[in-house]
Design a protein around this ligand. Structure first.
Ligand code: NDP
Length: 236
């Protein structure tokens, strides 16, 4: 398989870091984005704030300089949560999560397709969540942002499928990372009871699915929502 030029947003830790490492192991040329600090060991990084269009554009320019050409595969992974019950959720709680998770992914995809259209090849992989289609109390902002990625991917698939570009959504369930470590224990136990696999997932299990979607074997998969959730969202 030909190694591709790949940008992973939020690839400095958590699921994004596992994805970046799996793609490097598969022979791809990978750059990750981070917002501050050092690049993770063994990876090249560019600074990017996904809520800022100018920062996204600068990050792509810097990544393309490092990669020696346009980004061929975008993994839009950067995301945040600001959980609270609907009645208590402020406009800022809602807007900031949508701006990061949905509009941030849109900004990256819009920039990425410029090179992909010229190359008549591209892969866009959005990291959504099981709760995008399943729903989750206390996460109206987050679930809205994550289901929005489905409409984004499917519209890109219809708009640019004829140019050799695919856009897919990976929907992880409960994966052990910093994001989920912050949840209260009772909430974790409630989730665990509903997961058919009987355990939480690992970041490298999400990474394996992304690696498949980025590879040549996935050329005819587009507009799909692929769960990596131990069966939690089955049927949704
Ligand atoms: P982490 O909180 O561990 O990492 C989030 C990453 O996103 C960090 O690299 C962070 O950068 C980056 N990021 C956040 N906001 C911005 C921003 N405005 N601009 C640029 N980068 C940003 O999360 P996970 O690894 O757990 O999650 C990764 C993705 O997977 C997210 O989209 C999340 O919603 C999704 N997901 C996670 C699940 C889980 O169980 N963990 C389940 C389902 C989906 P920085 O280090 O600078 O903060």
């Amino acid at each position: 398989m030909a190694g591709r030029k790949i940008l992973v947003t939020g690839g400095n830790r958590g699921i994004g870091l596992s994805i970046a490492r799996a793609l490097v192991e598969a022979g791809h040329d990978v750059v990750v984005t981070n917002r501050s600090g050092e690049a993770p060991e063994g990876l090249r990084a560019v600074q990017c704030e996904v809520t800022d269009t100018a920062s996204v554009d600068q990050a792509f320019a810097a990544a393309e300089e490092i990669l020696g050409g346009p980004v061929e595969v975008l993994v839009a992974n950067a995301g945040i949560t600001k959980d609270t019950l609907l009645m208590r959720m402020s406009d800022e709680d809602f807007d900031s999560v949508l701006d990061t998770n949905l509009a941030g992914a849109f900004r990256c995809a819009r920039r990425a397709v410029k090179g992909m259209i010229r190359a008549r090849h591209g892969r866009i992989i959005f990291i959504s969540s099981v709760v995008g289609l399943y729903g989750s109390p206390g996460q109206t902002n987050y679930a809205s942002s994550k289901s929005g990625l489905v409409g984004l991917a499917r519209s890109i698939s219809r708009e640019l499928g004829g140019r050799g570009i695919t856009a897919n959504v990976v929907a992880p369930g409960f994966i052990e990372t910093d994001m989920t470590a912050a949840l209260p224990d009772d909430r974790k136990q409630t989730y665990l009871a509903t997961i058919p696999a009987g355990r939480f997932g690992q970041a490298d299990e999400v990474a394996a699915t992304v690696r498949f979607l980025a590879g040549d074997d996935a050329a005819y998969i587009t507009g799909a929502v692929i769960p990596v959730d131990g069966g939690l969202g089955m049927g949704h």
